[in-house]
Design a protein around this ligand. Structure first.
Ligand SMILES: Nc1ncnc2c1ncn2[C@@H]1O[C@H](COP(=O)(O)OP(=O)(O)O)[C@@H](O)[C@H]1O
Ligand SMILES: [Mg+2]
Length: 381
């Protein structure tokens, strides 16, 4: 067995356990492993390039980023057992109301959106924070805001021993490093983000994710921040020109394999298995994302045409339509604000879009009715 770290004894609640301290990155990868994954690496690269091109062909890539980030937030939070719907996420953000989900679930998802948007803003700002633990801590603070996260030390590296799986450290599936090791481990990981390594950046990202999960620096939210880190590193190492690739759906669909692969890096030094799993995910998700982007683009073009051929079409209806991709759920009141118009004009615009089959009313409320751009949301769902 290859050595990937060392076990140290740690005491928690009067119990002595063996905690794992991983070796710092870069990982030692032999040529046999590189050879074994070379085909997968090539195909992941090709799919990523397709996604880059799809992102550039689309006139308003911001729409897609808007939608993709929310979908990712939803799925990444779902691994945790949060069950909000995409419509409720849109609805909560813009209308401060939800239809079917629990409000705590939706808050958790919108917190994720805020955290990831915050990170990208900082990284793109001239004097913003660089990719660092400070940045991730700030993301964590945003992620953990609200009732559920309040006891999870938002924005702070843990100050106690944690464990994964099991009811106590003694019967845990895995005991991450003692908290006293975190400064060293995280400092080294952070350094790795800014140092050169001959390893392909995609493999570096895979290595960073497993390292982050093994360190498990927070009391909660390690999965979500670790998946966010993948997205941030894709931008940081310039593999992706717009933030359109998110792996949560893939990790969720293959959850037990995902956990086993993470584990085998630690227990067997099996980088090859983890890299393969990760690269297959990138290839799969990137080609699907490119398709989704194309479908969304086609749908919007199609609906625009339908609208323009509608004989009673009005300028406000067209203006409203153009705002839908970034506001796929709207209320009457919101439409009057978006169009800076009167209630009768807004009502008329909504009616026209309903006649074209573009907007559909959600629920059967009569006061402050809510509508969704259903074809668009269906493609995302
Ligand atoms: N055996 C394991 N070894 C290392 N990491 C693991 C293992 N099992 C699960 N994980 C990671 O831990 C995450 C769950 O940790 P947690 O702090 O609860 O994050 P979150 O609240 O964001 O889901 C999983 O999503 C996964 O990324
Ligand atoms: Mg959790």
């Amino acid at each position: 067995m290859k050595k990937t770290g060392q076990y140290v004894t740690s005491s928690v609640a009067g119990e002595i356990v063996k905690a794992f301290v991983p070796a710092n990155l870069p990982p030692t990868i032999n040529s046999k492993t590189l050879e074994a994954i070379s085909v997968l690496l090539k195909s992941a690269e090709t799919s990523l390039e397709k996604l880059n091109i799809a992102g550039e062909m689309i006139p308003s890539v911001n729409w897609f980023i808007y939608a993709f980030v929310r979908k990712e937030a939803l799925l990444s939070s779902e691994i945790e057992g949060t069950q909000a719907t995409l419509v409720d996420v849109f609805s909560h953000e813009r209308l401060h109301q939800v239809e079917t989900s629990s409000i705590d679930d939706v808050v958790e998802v919108t917190n994720y959106v805020r955290a990831i948007n915050y990170a990208f803003d900082e990284l793109n700002k001239p004097r913003g924070l660089p990719l660092s633990m400070r940045l991730l801590n700030q993301c964590h603070r945003r992620l953990m805001q609200g009732v559920r996260g309040a006891t999870k030390q938002p924005g702070q590296i843990r100050k106690s021993q944690n464990w994964i799986g099991g009811t106590r450290p003694g019967n845990a599936r895995f005991v991450p490093p003692p908290h006293t090791e975190l400064t060293n481990l995280l400092g080294s990981l952070e350094k790795y983000w800014h140092q050169n390594d001959a390893l392909h950046p995609m493999l570096r990202i895979a290595a960073c994710h497993v390292q982050f999960e093994t360190i498990h620096p927070y009391l909660d939210g390690n999965g979500r921040i670790g998946r966010m880190l993948i997205t941030l590193l894709l931008a940081h190492w310039e593999l992706l020109r717009s933030p359109l690739l998110y792996l949560s759906h893939y990790f969720k669909a293959h959850q037990s394999e995902y956990y086993t692969c993470l584990e085998k890096v630690r227990t067997e030094g099996d980088w090859s298995g983890w890299f393969s799993f990760f690269l297959e995910g990138v290839a799969d998700v990137a080609s699907n994302a490119a398709k989704t982007a194309t479908f969304l683009h086609k749908q919007v073009n199609h609906d625009r045409q339908v609208l323009h051929y509608q004989n009673n079409v009005t300028v406000p209806a067209i203006q409203l339509f153009e705002k839908l991709p970034e506001n796929p759920v709207v209320s009457m009141q919101m439409v009057t604000q978006l169009l800076e118009t009167t209630k009768p004009t807004a009502t008329k615009a909504i009616q026209i879009l309903q006649q074209c089959g573009i907007l559909k009313q959600i629920g059967d409320k009569n006061r402050n009715r809510v509508f969704q751009y259903q074809n668009y949301i269906r493609i995302l769902g």
